[in-house]
Design a protein around this ligand. Structure first.
Ligand SMILES: [Ca+2]
Ligand SMILES: [Ca+2]
Length: 222
C-alpha cells in the first residue's frame, strides 16, 4: 500500500519537477573524485529593510546544518530527483536570507536549494521598511508552493501575508533561470499597486472580479 501511495504521489507531482540548479554559472571540475561541482546560485536585492533611511543589501545563500555557507554543489547530471532530495536531506541544507553589514535576524527556508524569486515590493504598510516577496525552491515532491510577504519587525523577520503559488509560474526555456522582478499573472505591479493571484483560494465580491488579480494588502508589524 505504501508503494502504491508513493507511485500515485510521484505521478501527481514529482515526475514533472525539473531541477534548475545554477544553470547560469560556470562548472568547476573536482579532479580528485571527478565529480563536477557548480557554484551555488545566489540572489540579492537592495532596499531599506530596517527603516533607517539607508539602503541595505539583502542576499540569499545556501547553508548546511551547522549554519555555514555552502559554496558549491554537485552538478547532479545523472541523479534522480529522489537521490537529490536525499543528498540535501542528509546534509540538512537550507536557504537563508540575511542583510549585509547588519547583524540582524536571518530568514531561513528548510529543505530549499534556492529561491524562485526574491522581490523588493516596497513599503506597503507605510512604516518606512520595505517588504519582500519570496518563494523558496524547496527540495520536495510537490509543485505546490507559497509566496511569502515578509518585513523586518523589531529586527526580526515577520510573515505578514502568504498565498498559494503553483511552481509552473517559474518555468522557463533556455539555459539560465531568469531573475524574477515580478511573477507573471501571479504577482505584478499594475496601475500603481502590487496585485496577486492565489490559484487555490480567491474570494470575489462580484462576477466581474472572477479570475482577476487582487490588490496586495499587508498588515503592520503589530
Ligand atoms: Ca536600511
Ligand atoms: Ca513596510
Amino acid at each position: 500500500m505504501k508503494h502504491l501511495l508513493f507511485i500515485v504521489l510521484c505521478v501527481a507531482t514529482s515526475c514533472s519537477k525539473k531541477i534548475n540548479l545554477a544553470a547560469d554559472t560556470a562548472k568547476v571540475k573536482n579532479t580528485k573524485d571527478t565529480i563536477t561541482y557548480l557554484p551555488v546560485r545566489t540572489l540579492s536585492i537592495t532596499g531599506d529593510f530596517d527603516g533607517d533611511g539607508k539602503q541595505d543589501i539583502l542576499y540569499q545563500f545556501l547553508a548546511d546544518s551547522t549554519g555555514h555557507r555552502v559554496e558549491k554543489i554537485p552538478a547532479f547530471e545523472n541523479e534522480t530527483w529522489e537521490e537529490i532530495v536525499d543528498y540535501y536531506g542528509r546534509r540538512g541544507y537550507y536557504t537563508a536570507l540575511s542583510v549585509k553589514r547588519n547583524p540582524i535576524d536571518t530568514l531561513s527556508f528548510g529543505f530549499s536549494q534556492s529561491l524562485y524569486c526574491l522581490i523588493n515590493i516596497g513599503d506597503l504598510n507605510n512604516d518606512k521598511r520595505d517588504e519582500i516577496a519570496v518563494v523558496p525552491d524547496r527540495i520536495d515532491f510537490s509543485r505546490h508552493n507559497y509566496c511569502y510577504i515578509y518585513s523586518l519587525c523589531n529586527a526580526t523577520w515577520k510573515e505578514l501575508f502568504s498565498f498559494n503559488v503553483h511552481e509552473d509560474a517559474f518555468d522557463y526555456t533556455g539555459e539560465a533561470p531568469p531573475i524574477f522582478t515580478n511573477i507573471p499573472e501571479v504577482l505584478e505591479y499594475r496601475n500603481h499597486e502590487w496585485r496577486f493571484y492565489d490559484y487555490l483560494d480567491m474570494d470575489y465580491e462580484n462576477v466581474e472580479q472572477v479570475g482577476q488579480m487582487k490588490p496586495l494588502k499587508v498588515t503592520g508589524c503589530n
